[in-house]
Design a protein around this ligand. Structure first.
Ligand SMILES: Cc1cc2nc3c(=O)[nH]c(=O)nc-3n(C[C@H](O)[C@H](O)[C@H](O)COP(=O)(O)OP(=O)(O)OC[C@H]3O[C@@H](n4cnc5c(N)ncnc54)[C@H](O)[C@@H]3O)c2cc1C
Length: 466
């Protein structure tokens, strides 16, 4: 009898497995694909190092750093070029630097004088206790310009989401906390040392050989505990344990287990909905996902400098909704990590689609690649679109879970379900943050609950029997 069967070997399942391994818990991870990592996928194509999914850790959380140290891959970390802290928004057909200090905010042309005045008026705005959309929250406190020129593009980069649907409470919990405690967020930002320290020294990281270093390192530690190519997974509940059947190369394998940890996207969980109480099942499986296509281009450095007239010395840019682009934004990959391309080339990673452009998935890869090239050329003022060489394209049909209105309640119910001692546990990027840092944290929380469950019910029964 296994203690835990983990379903899914993305970073959620892998990091949970590693926690269980450290605690001497017997588990097996089942993954339908023939590789681990899920969204994390690094490719070497010609002279380029490409990320299909996540590009960077925006700073390393305590949990991720511990994981990296325990895997002994700290030496392989790569810090981003410090200039990559500079970010741009594409607004009014121009790339405008995003202010990173109060002084820059006062001077920026991204906001009008009236919009800057509204930031001061925020001090006097009443707090709202009800859950509200990002649009309602930001417009109410900071005004429409802040919403469309900062928040919408920022959320294009984070969630590829729709501000009219995303929940401010789920997406910006720290800002809602400040509002609740200090009434004014601006005031809270200055008064809360906890808030200020969480934003201090944000440094971007990857690994020298890309993000897959992390998932591969866990794979190498847990190899015997991971079954790749596990198809047709079926789970049935016996009295106080589960029976799990699946096929590998058409051969049926089965396990009995004390508990299940679902570490897969929620839309895929519908096939296991029969295991969950009805109301929970519909809530969990109905979480919406936005599609994103990752398109990577290479271009001669000399061509970009001549067209654009400025060095690409930042992280990249995000598009405002008013730019009417399908392009969400473009990362200047070789400016962030110069080792990703030969020195005479620039490597650009663009994201297209999102919650407001779901139809992107109806198009062929060729159509998406040429649309992206056209929009990248226009936004970056590259006169000859043919100078952009498409190196890679991947369409992520269900890329990012959307923390829409009601999400906080859903997460609360999922936590409740884990605490009900049914032996069913959940982890993934749909719980309390979509970043790798947040996903690792969610997995640690889930494994703590599993260990508690095993100690309380399974180990106790074993002691009674012996
Ligand atoms: C384009 C893109 C860019 C991103 N950029 C960043 C970034 O720069 N920084 C950052 O921190 N985060 C970023 N993210 C988010 C981050 O990559 C994810 O949130 C994180 O990798 C999610 O991990 P996960 O294990 O929860 O899910 P996944 O990575 O989706 O893994 C789920 C696993 O479950 C498996 N599975 C699926 N269906 C089934 C099934 N039916 N049965 C069993 N197993 C199944 C899958 O094969 C997969 O291996 C990005 C995401 C995308 C898509």
């Amino acid at each position: 009898m296994k203690d835990v069967i983990i379903i899914g070997a993305g970073i959620a399942g892998l990091s949970a497995g590693f926690e269980l391994y450290k605690n001497n818990i017997d588990f097996q991870i089942l993954e339908p694909e023939n590789r681990v990592g899920g969204n994390i996928e690094t490719l070497k194509i010609g002279d380029y190092l490409i990320e299909s999914g996540p590009n960077t850790f925006s700073s390393l959380s305590k949990e991720t750093m511990e994981l990296i140290k325990e895997l002994d891959i700290e030496d392989l970390l790569q810090e981003a070029n410090p200039k990559a802290k500079k970010r741009y928004v594409y607004q009014n057909s121009q790339l405008m630097p995003v202010p990173s200090s109060l002084k820059e905010l006062i001077k920026t042309d991204i906001l009008s004088k009236d919009a800057k005045m509204m930031l001061l008026e925020e001090l006097f705005i009443k707090k709202e206790e009800k859950e509200e959309t990002v649009q309602d929250f930001v417009e109410r406190r900071f005004g429409r310009e802040v919403l469309k020129n900062f928040i919408q593009p920022y959320l294009n980069g984070m969630f590829a989401g729709d501000v009219q649907k995303l929940s401010a409470n789920a997406v910006f919990p720290k800002l809602k906390e400040l509002e609740a405690k200090y009434r004014s967020i601006v005031c809270g930002m200055f008064l809360s040392s906890k808030f200020r320290s969480s934003f201090k020294e944000l440094t971007l990281y990857s690994f020298i050989d890309g993000m897959e270093t992390l998932s591969n390192a866990i794979y190498h530690k847990l190899k015997n505990k991971i079954t790749l190519g596990a198809k047709d997974i079926e789970i049935s509940r016996a009295k106080d344990f589960f029976i799990v059947n699946f096929k590998v190369n058409n051969k049926t394998i089965n396990y009995t287990t004390n508990s299940i940890l679902f570490a897969m996207p929620t839309y895929a969980m519908s096939e296991f909905a029969y295991l969950l109480p009805k109301n929970y099942a519909s809530e969990i499986t109905q979480i919406e996902y936005s599609p994103i296509a990752t398109v990577v281009h290479a271009i001669d450095k000399s061509t970009v400098e001549a067209c654009h007239g400025m060095p690409l010395d930042g992280f990249g840019f995000l598009c405002t909704k008013e730019a009417h682009r399908k392009l969400l934004g473009t990362i200047w990959t070789s400016s962030i990590f110069p080792n990703r391309a030969p020195s005479d080339k620039i490597l650009l990673t663009s994201y297209i689609g999102g919650a407001l452009n779901k139809k992107i998935t109806d198009q062929s890869e060729e159509e998406i690649a040429s649309l992206t090239a056209k929009e990248v050329a226009e936004t970056m003022q590259i006169s000859d679109v043919n100078s952009l060489e498409t190196v890679y394209i991947k369409v992520h049909k269900n890329a990012i879970p959307q923390y829409n209105l009601g999400h906080i309640e859903k997460v609360k119910h999922i936590e409740e379900l884990m605490d009900k001692n049914y032996g069913l546990f959940f982890t993934g990027n749909y719980l309390s943050g979509i970043s790798i840092n947040d996903t690792v944290k969610a997995s640690r929380k889930a494994t703590e609950k599993i260990i508690l469950y095993l100690n309380k019910f399974v180990r106790k029964q074993e002691t009674l029997v012996t």
